[in-house]
Design a protein around this ligand. Structure first.
Ligand code: CAA
Length: 399
């Protein structure tokens, strides 16, 4: 049975900070960020957006080409959870008015849980436990103002539909994986920012790549020549350039620039970053990958990794959302350092008494309106009400 990705769409907030601006504010040579780390801009989450609104905003765009009525499993992968009990995906289930006959679960293992969600979705479909899976990966990467990791922050969500006879990529069965207890990057429950041992984390990322790629080759008998392109988890573009170098010196042959394009302009988005890379590779490369094999490496700090492969399906280009994604990226608002720091320092705890959260003009389709009785209340953005879609329930118009 052929199972894999039938459609995907990403969302990233409408605000960004140029890394040149950050460098000047932090008194760092801009070339360190632009060339040394290969990062040009970072997406910045406004106060009235979170992983739920980003995920819903990513998924709502799928409705242009797909029906979500028969989704019977929603997997929500994040490491920026908004609740320690309730799955963030249940808010999205409500906003999109998905069927009651749908399982909803949240997955966690750092940046790896998105790819694990993909594998889980494929096995649910193959074993007939689900017909159509909506996988949402959504994260806001935060390291703290003026920290070494600050330049690799970012935010995005990717929504994917996983089905039988997929129109974009089909997963192959072979996969190699690896886990080991490390403390390269972690986020205790009482903290809103990750603690990261930056250089150590990069070493672990590359060591895990070496191990999983070796296991994959040993177990499948496949080698570099069996792949047309590679898709990696992208925490920092420069690290992925090193990953390409580790696999093979001729990285240009494997479409490195196409893979990294979106991430260079968005930054890290943890669970979403692998899929942002996949979108970038397929949408930004002029090559036709039909029938070709993509090698895929996912890494999640802590640490777990996986190497697997996908076959690109005929006519896949017709099912991409390139124009929409480019429109999103080209119509963002540039922040100065003061506004960026205000957005960053916004503290939701000051708003748990039910007062409204400041409405930013350029939020996405859905926004976070307030927290009432400790419950998050989401709504259509006021400016979007004219574009109302049938999937949105009246009960969300409470402001
Ligand atoms: N001009 C050009 N290049 C310059 C430069 C200049 N003026 N100054 C420095 N550079 C180069 C350096 O030579 C270096 O290049 P090489 O790696 O090729 O040697 C590069 O810029 C970076 O310089 P530093 O190593 O000094 O940078 P840093 O100490 O500030 O930290 C970092 C870099 C560790 C990646 C940091 O950004 C960080 O901690 N990021 C967050 C953690 C992270 O993303 N880890 C990745 C693996 S963990 C993971 O995968 C999970 C996840 O998503 C987080």
């Amino acid at each position: 049975m052929n199972v894999g990705i039938d459609g995907f769409s990403f969302y990233t907030p409408k605000y960004f900070l140029p890394l040149q601006t950050l460098a000047l504010a932090r008194q760092v040579d801009p070339q360190k960020y632009l060339r040394g780390l290969g990062q040009y801009r970072m997406a910045v989450l406004p106060p009235d957006e979170d992983v739920v609104t980003m995920g819903a905003n990513a998924a709502v765009n799928l409705l242009n080409k797909h029906s979500l009525d028969d989704v019977d499993l929603l997997l929500f992968a994040t490491e920026s959870a908004i609740d320690q009990s309730k799955a963030g995906g249940l808010f999205i289930h409500g906003l999109l008015k998905l069927s009651e006959r749908c399982r909803v679960v949240e997955l966690k293992q750092a940046c790896y849980s998105g790819v694990f969600g993909l594998q889980l979705a494929v096995s649910f479909i193959k074993s007939k436990m689900a017909k159509k899976v909506l996988l949402i990966t959504s994260d806001n990467a935060r390291y703290g103002l003026a920290t070494a990791g600050e330049s690799s922050q970012g935010a995005a969500a990717v929504a994917l539909l996983i089905t039988e006879n997929p129109r974009i990529t089909a997963l192959e069965e072979q996969a190699a994986f690896c886990s080991f207890d490390t403390m390269d990057f972690f986020k205790p429950n009482y903290m809103s920012e990750a603690i990261v041992d930056g250089h150590y984390s990069c070493t672990v990322y590359l060591n895990f790549l070496k191990k999983t790629w070796q296991i994959y080759q040993d177990e499948t008998g496949l080698g570099l020549n069996d792949f047309s392109a590679f898709c990696f988890h992208i925490p920092v573009p420069r690290l992925v350039e090193k990953a390409y170098q580790q696999l093979d010196k001729h990285s240009a042959l494997f479409h490195q620039e196409a893979l990294l394009y979106y991430s260079r302009h968005i930054g890290n988005s943890y669970t979403a970053s692998f899929f942002l890379g996949l979108a970038s590779l397929l949408e930004q490369s002029s090559c036709d990958f039909t029938g070709q094999r993509l090698g895929c490496y996912s890494y999640g700090s802590g640490s777990s990794s996986e190497f697997f492969s996908m076959i690109v399906q005929p006519n896949y280009k017709k099912h991409l959302n390139t124009d929409y994604h480019m429109h999103l990226l080209e119509n963002r608002i540039e922040l100065d350092i003061k506004r960026y720091e205000e957005f960053y320092d916004f503290n939701l705890l000051d708003h748990v008494n039910g007062c409204s959260i400041p409405c930013t003009v350029h939020s996405g389709y859905y926004r976070l309106v307030k927290i009432s009785n400790h419950q998050r209340i989401y709504a259509l953005h006021t400016q979007q009400k004219d574009l109302e879609r049938q999937v949105v329930d009246e009960k969300f118009y409470i402001f």
